[in-house]
Design a protein around this ligand. Structure first.
Ligand SMILES: [Zn+2]
Length: 206
């Protein structure tokens, strides 16, 4: 399996150019003799993710220029595709993850450079714990859990329960009375409130 940087270069048809510096790449951690000086745009210089390492390797170097594209979309990358998508499509992508290694990046700010964290976050099997990044946060989640949460959220959204109530787990009396099994559901919501995976699932639903 290629690294994320190698895959992105391949899919974007970028031929990496060799630098002259020897060192450890601050993005992917690979040792290189063909690195470049660590030099980033203003929005990146403060990122702790790049504080380690001494150079940027030829494959990671082009990613710096692609940063705007990488931070302004969600994406799924495998050996054969670089699929960028918007929020409306995110659920479908997650529910149809490939049976081969993949990288999954999600965002709800559409501007943070959380993709920097993604470089070594490959998933080999969608049926084990999946690692995805949502901006700067890293999530390890089970697909089965996500599916269950989606079903619950869908049913509650159909009843027009607002997302804020789902997120904080506090139902107004008006909405509580709409529920089929109010006590049980309210209990579940209380349990999930504050859970980042729950929050992510609520966000990804309409
Ligand atoms: Zn690198």
């Amino acid at each position: 399996m290629e690294t994320l940087s190698e895959l992105i270069c391949k899919h974007k048809q970028i031929t990496p150019q060799n630098g002259e510096l020897k060192g450890v790449c601050c993005l992917c951690g690979k040792t290189t003799t063909k690195g470049y000086k660590k030099k980033f745009g203003a929005n990146m210089t403060k990122a702790v993710e790049i504080s380690q390492g001494t150079v940027i390797c030829p494959h990671c170097q082009p990613l710096i220029k692609l940063s705007n594209e990488l931070r302004r979309s969600m994406w799924l990358i495998t050996e054969s595709e670089f699929h960028k998508f918007k929020k409306q499509e995110a659920k479908e992508v997650i529910l149809n993850l490939p049976d081969k290694p993949f990288y999954l990046y999600l965002t709800n700010t559409w501007q943070q450079i959380g993709w920097l964290k993604m470089v070594n976050r490959v998933n080999y099997d969608k049926n084990s714990l999946i690692c995805c990044c949502l901006d700067y946060d890293t999530y390890f989640i089970e697909l089965e859990t996500i599916k269950e949460l989606f079903v619950l959220i869908e049913s509650l959204r159909e009843l027009k329960i607002p997302k804020t109530e789902l997120e904080n787990g506090k139902l107004s009396m008006h909405h509580y009375q709409k529920l089929e099994t109010p006590r049980e559901t309210a209990k579940q919501l209380k349990k999930y409130a504050g859970n980042p995976v729950w929050k992510l699932c609520v966000y990804l639903n309409e």
